[in-house]
Design a protein around this ligand. Structure first.
Ligand code: ZN
Length: 156
């Protein structure tokens, strides 16, 4: 009788142990597959971003036709990119530096030429200090000749 009891107990312990092992291996397998899925998803997201960057550049360069769904997004990116430039100018102002109009490098306030690209530097206390923080709309693009050119291209 005692032998049967311990025999049955032993069986149920090994059954429980086997179930725990099964649960663990299922968990490990699930974790592995979940990581595989999120790895692929990250690569897909990167590829989508690459497509976005290519389409943005092509529309800005006039190499791709305007599109009613895409063009407003392109204009939004352009305006926000311009706003980033404005913020960089403000940041340079705070540091008593200025931004090269040609390459965007932060340069000394008294520099006459950009040490990086050699372009004539903007005059100290010039438009950098006159930037309007609230200008995130298309009027922001009016402050930047480069983006202004791009905007005209887009409007054609
Ligand atoms: Zn420069």
């Amino acid at each position: 009788m005692a032998e049967d009891f311990f025999g049955e107990l032993g069986k149920s312990i090994s059954k429980a142990t086997q179930q725990a092992v099964d649960k663990t291996s299922v968990f490990i397998e699930r974790t592995k597959i979940t990581a595989q899925i999120s790895g692929e998803q990250k690569e897909i997201d990167k590829l989508y971003q690459r497509i976005g960057e290519i389409v943005y550049r092509k529309i800005r360069m006039g190499e791709m036709a305007e599109d009613s769904e895409i063009s407003p997004i392109v204009r939004d990116i352009a305006a926000r990119t311009n706003q980033v430039t404005n913020y960089k100018r403000n940041l340079a102002d705070v540091r008593n530096m200025k931004i090269c109009d040609n390459c965007g490098s932060v340069i000394a306030m008294d520099a006459a030429f950009c040490p990086k690209c050699g372009a004539p530097a903007p005059i100290a206390g010039g438009r950098g200090s006159k930037v309007n923080n609230s200008a995130i709309t298309e009027s922001a693009a009016d402050a930047d000749p480069k983006l202004q050119a791009g905007k005209e291209e887009m409007e054609e």
